[in-house]
Write a protein that binds this ligand. Sequence first.
Ligand code: URA
Length: 435
Amino acid sequence: MLIAEIIRKKRDQNVLDADEIQAMVTGIADNSASDAQIAAFAMSVLLNGMNRKEAAALTLAMRDSGDVFDWSTLPGPVVDKHSTGGVGDNVSLMLAPIVAACGAYVPMISGRGLGHTGGTLDKMEAIPGYVATPDNALFSDVVNKVGCAIIGQTAQLAPADKRFYGIRDVTATVESIPLITASILSKKLAAGLGSLVMDVKFGNGAFMPSFEKARELAVSITEVAEAAGLPCHALLTDVNQPLADAAGNAVEVVNAVEFLTGDKREGRLTEVVVGLCGEMLLTAGIETERDKARAKAQTALEDGRAAERFGRMVAALGGPTDFIEKHQSYLPQANLVFEVPAPTAGHVTAIETRDIGLSVVELGGGRRVSSDTVNPSVGLTGLAPIGANLGVGDPMAIIHADSQDAAELAKAQVLAAYTLGEKPDPAPIVREIIA
Ligand code: URA
């Protein structure tokens, strides 16, 4: 089958059949399709779309381009969560051990920071000794023994998506709902999941700021997942402000440990974590009622079992054996730590969340180009949430920087990102659940 004919068919707004999609993906995976052909295919899909059947065929073909994990010997259901990316979004670090403590298995294959958003993998790598890219044998062993393992994508997992995504990234073809759907789901299916929960973000810190567009993506992912045999629920969550009050790598790990141990458990973050965990327990069949599923997750959090699982996971993947108790002494600290005082009095009415994320990138906590190394110690903490009532000089944020110049720039960026004024009406953080 000629690749050029497949592109022509999609260019002319026709529906591709599963064999044609398979031929395209084979060409991507074995390099028989050129970068130019792949880019042309991506653009033809971006412009002309794909129906659900085509998107499901693309998902399955990309899944099968590499290894597919088989967890059938595990005694419980296998479930994961995927977020479309936010700022201060450290949910995965708490959610994986909570769900494992409730009896499911969570083989979580996470990504690095992308643009202004943080990446779970970068956060876990802030922990000294933590092996974030173990071989398949160690990964399986930790999932078996601990119930959860948070690791990075291996080269053998959906390699067609890896090449395809790299080309989309530089040809302005990322923003296609069927292509995003197939990209995310191919990796999740290759991870061998029995069910999936999506956290689809909307708001000024999300890749897809408009609620309508985010909803369109959530519906596409849930429908294509079901068509590919993967039960999937989606939560639409608001990221018009950072989720945790910290953004960065080590600082988000500290925030996660404090959340797990109960030293600090902020309401908005709890709502998202428990909401997602509840949905995971429902899709996994561990509970059949939403309220009971959430209560189960909340109990695993409050009685300390989730914190204990997190500690075991860190140790099993090479980190310190007493990480929960002594995390502050293990995590890297920035040279300079200082407060950003509020310039005027008032309630926080709005936060340019994307700019907060970019400020972390500028501090060195993210990447400008993919070859950059991340500084795990830098970031922001104590981020005042929307609605906080600040007096003049009260701290709006705390900057963790490695140089005075970087700190001054971050201070200016934080000040510019915050708007103070009259008390705003609270907005719900979980806007909708698609089940
Ligand atoms: N994340 C992915 O994994 N794939 C996309 O296409 C977009 C975001």
